[in-house]
Design a protein around this ligand. Structure first.
Ligand SMILES: Nc1ncnc2c1ncn2[C@@H]1O[C@H](COP(=O)(O)OP(=O)(O)OP(=O)(O)O)[C@@H](O)[C@H]1O
Length: 255
């Protein structure tokens, strides 16, 4: 039996003036899978991720998460429901340590921020969870380092940790390998591989080597529309996907 869909998009639309960024996008992300969203520059991938996270309201369509219609829910309600997005570097408090950043993210899960500074340091359990997440994302030896002093790849690991600290069912990742060298990318691929089975991942990524190594299924977005969803093999061989995006690139990605 196939796993149930954790996330379902039905005809999701976003218009910016005369431009239709997402154009009746429809696809499912199944529970437990690593799902990659690929497509050319400007296809609407980031816009779609914003709509799923709740940062942008769709002009039309429906988004279901974990059996509920979340289309009208604000972002924080989606986070509390288990839908987390790994934000790029902007979400990190650069003048706080790795551990403090993670402890704040653990605290955010409780939905309260008022008592943050008064209680965060006293709450041993929270810091223990934060340290466990740091270990999980490969930053176990960097707990006391200031986040702003981390290498680029480590900052991206921390971002994943901040999202994991909210204990999500689904983690949205927008270009987790962006700006990384080969060694850092490799580390991120390993980190994401290690999350397999723990939670569901939806990943936007241009690094096709990483995509084809990680993804159980892939959806291809072109001009705001999902033109194909399926296994890596199906996508690799899909004539329209090849024409619109992958082209000769696939010949370089090992089968
Ligand atoms: N806030 C905005 N206002 C106006 N137009 C926007 C806005 N955000 C995105 N767009 C436009 O919507 C289209 C889709 O952009 P989006 O960033 O979602 O594509 P993308 O697939 O993520 O691209 P890339 O792979 O280059 O990151 C583009 O034409 C972009 O210029």
């Amino acid at each position: 039996m196939n796993p149930a869909p954790l996330l379902r998009l039905h005809g999701v639309v976003k218009r910016f003036g005369g431009l239709t960024a997402t154009d009746h996008a429809t696809f499912d992300v199944l529970t437990g899978e690593v799902h990659a969203l690929i497509g050319p520059n400007g296809a609407g991938k980031t816009t779609l991720i914003h709509q799923i996270s709740g940062a942008l309201a769709p002009d039309a369509g429906r988004i279901e998460f974990d059996g509920r219609d979340v289309t009208g829910l604000p972002m924080h309600a989606r986070v509390l429901g288990g839908l987390a997005r790994s934000y790029q570097i902007t979400s990190i408090f650069r003048r706080l340590s790795v551990l403090d950043n993670l402890a704040l993210a653990v605290q955010a899960r409780s939905g309260s921020s008022l008592r943050l500074w008064a209680r965060a340091r006293e709450e041993r359990a929270r810091y223990e969870q934060a340290a466990a997440v740091a270990q999980r994302v490969g930053l176990g030896a960097r707990l006391g380092a200031l986040a702003g002093a981390l290498a680029h790849g480590e900052q991206r690991q921390l971002e994943v940790g901040l999202a994991l600290a909210t204990q999500p069912k689904l983690l949205l990742l927008d270009e987790p390998m962006a700006g990384m060298g080969p060694e850092e990318s490799e580390q991120m691929v390993h980190l994401l591989q290690s999350l397999r089975g723990e939670l569901t991942l939806l990943l936007v990524e241009h690094d096709m080597d990483a995509v084809f190594r990680l993804a159980d299924r892939i959806s291809t977005l072109v001009s705001g529309r999902i033109i194909a969803s399926g296994s890596p093999q199906t996508i690799r061989e899909h004539p329209e996907v090849k024409r619109a995006y992958l082209g000769d690139e696939m010949e370089e990605v090992s089968a």
